[in-house]
Design a protein around this ligand. Structure first.
Ligand code: FAD
Length: 350
């Protein structure tokens, strides 16, 4: 996958066969109708313990896009999309970010103009996970030029619609297994049947869904860092310098103690957020706290693990090196750390 920069369709189909893709989807559409979000959280943890990229591209589908297709769609859309969503025959993506800026979602420029019962979509999106391979992309487009955040609508753009095209697979420094692409809309005719949620309410729909995406990012950040700390502990017990294991040197012992503390203390907050989310009352500010903090902890832990590996920590054949490049994006995507602090600041009345 690293060489091709894109997960093969067989992987999606196998994930579908194993019931991983439709956890939140109602049974009637082929999903598992899981009792609550903890099932998704456990799946993300297990995947992140193996690799950072795999939960990224899978969870965009089963955890990020899923609520849009379950909660905002019509019966006809659910019947059309969800069964294949669960089997992996319909891979999905969500496209908010544009080249002119991703943080300020209210200013997106991709436009959709009504034409009879259809909408004509023009514009482009960038950095879209699964963008090169998705069969269905949830696209945020401006439908009302004068209404700012109140003039955005979500559309289901399907592969094969004339005028919908994809750019190259973007050359990332980490998570090279994931397909991240630009996508383009050139007079794409989207039928009214593919409007997702309410016209002009797309921004509000996204704001409602983003806390779950951010909590998922926090879960993944910690689950990705923990095995890297574990393997670094093993390394520090074996690797010797000056006739003694490096982990026995007080400086390194204290470093490792700090990393273990950071992960455990952060996990408590994330677990509390998961309970609150399952009760349906996770606030945007708490999701933002979990997301930026855990992204920071993940990067601090893994960076120090690289250091403890010495020169080997800089070699791609060592898992810790790959983890280091894979982790960096956590502080940028799904709302950067700075944007998370903006949200928290506003919640503090600032
Ligand atoms: C690998 C990868 C996968 C991604 N997948 C997706 C996807 O599937 N779908 C999707 O829609 N997007 C996706 N993104 C895009 C991602 O969400 C954006 O990159 C992110 O929101 C930041 O937007 P930007 O890159 O345009 O940076 P900008 O918005 O241009 O920000 C640049 C810098 O300015 C800072 N900044 C901006 N505003 C403020 C402020 N008010 N105060 C302080 N600092 C500020 C930012 O924090 C950042 O450091 C992905 C990105 C990457 C790298």
């Amino acid at each position: 996958m690293i060489e091709t920069g894109s997960p093969p369709r067989d992987l999606w189909l196998e994930a579908g066969r194993r019931g991983l893709l439709g956890l939140a989807v109602p049974l009637v559409y082929g999903g598992s109708e899981a009792e609550d979000w903890r099932f998704s959280a456990v799946l993300m943890e297990e995947l992140a313990a193996v690799s950072a990229a795999i939960p990224s591209f899978l969870s965009i589908h089963f955890d990020v896009v899923a609520p849009y297709l379950i909660e905002l769609t019509t019966d006809e859309q659910r019947e059309r999309w969800l069964p294949r969503f669960c089997t992996g025959d319909l891979v999905t993506a969500i496209a908010m970010t544009e080249s002119s800026g991703g943080s300020d979602l209210a200013r997106i420029r991709t436009s959709a103009v009504r034409d009879g019962t259809d909408w004509i979509l023009n514009g482009s999106k960038t950095f879209i996970t699964n963008g090169g391979s998705a069969d269905l992309v949830v696209v945020a487009a401006r439908t009302n030029r004068t209404s700012g955040s109140k003039g955005i609508t979500l559309f289901g753009v399907e592969a094969g619609m004339p005028g919908f095209s994809r750019g190259r697979n973007l050359d990332k420094v980490g998570q090279r297994e994931a397909d991240t692409a630009e996508i383009f809309f050139d007079d794409v005719r989207v039928p009214e049947l593919n409007v997702i949620g309410q016209v002009d309410r797309g921004f509000q729909h996204m704001m409602r869904m983003l806390p779950q995406e951010r909590l998922g990012a926090a879960v993944t950040s910690l689950a990705h860092a923990r095995p890297i700390l574990d393997l670094t502990l093993a390394y520090a017990k074996e690797r010797r310098a000056f006739g003694t294991p490096i982990g026995a040197m007080q400086y390194n012992k204290f470093q490792l103690a700090e990393l273990a503390t950071m992960l455990d203390v952060s996990q408590s907050f994330v677990d509390a957020c998961i309970d609150v989310h399952c009760a349906g009352v996770l606030s945007p500010a708490d999701a933002a706290k979990a997301k930026w903090w855990c992204a920071d902890v993940q990067n601090r832990v893994i960076d120090r693990c690289v250091q403890l590996h010495g020169g080997y920590g800089y070699m791609n054949e060592y898992r810790v090196a790959r983890a280091w490049t894979d982790a960096r994006v956590s502080k940028i995507w799904a709302g950067s750390n700075e944007i998370m602090k903006e949200i928290i600041g506003r919640d503090l009345g600032l």
